[in-house]
Design a protein around this ligand. Sequence first.
Ligand code: ADP
Ligand code: MG
Length: 205
Amino acid sequence: MKHILVANAKGGSGKTTLATNLAGYLATQSNHVLLADLDRQQSSTQWLHRRPADAPIIHTSQHKPSHAIEWVVTDSPAGLRDEKLAEAVKEADLVIVPIQPSAFDIGAAADFLEVLMTEKAIRKNKTFVALVGSRVNSRTNAAMGLATFMNESGFPVLAYLRNSQVYTTAAEQGLSIFDMRPSVVAQDIEQWSVLLDWIKDTHVK
Ligand SMILES: Nc1ncnc2c1ncn2[C@@H]1O[C@H](COP(=O)(O)OP(=O)(O)O)[C@@H](O)[C@H]1O
Ligand SMILES: [Mg+2]
């Protein structure tokens, strides 16, 4: 089983969008996927409740799954820190940190990455960290600032996801972009390719 934690102490950074789309992708690949929701706002859980019955199944922590789970994707709250962060990181094989292109988001991410680096599991290379640019419109100064920050962070940079209405539409419908008409999401799906290869290939403890 591989366990991916999506985390960033900053609210609105794209955690739920990343977690739900990742779970959705893995489910389209016939994997047994569980989406765990640590956030009291329960956005991922509500998304699962909106999910159409004919969409590829994603399990929740509320019901005992009938199959052995192959992937766990954990969505996490803003402000995750201290013991709760340590516990979540310890359980994860991979931590993906989505970051938006703004000075505030970059500042908050810098702090969060520093805290992450103090976690034992990460220092001992038992849990791997990677970054994803979230709502990035290319050719803006903000996007360039984010790219510079991420490239200099020392962590792998897996994707730049553009700001796109398809994520909003998917969220409303309990779908991932991987469940939508290919012609509508082709450009967005392309932006996920390195990220999807990384999660499949990266070592598990
Ligand atoms: N790539 C994107 N394109 C368009 N809207 C996005 C994108 N990523 C996130 N959003 C929107 O931004 C808001 C915050 O994202 P969300 O995933 O809920 O962040 P978090 O879980 O970190 O608080 C939501 O309304 C979401 O639909
Ligand atoms: Mg959220």
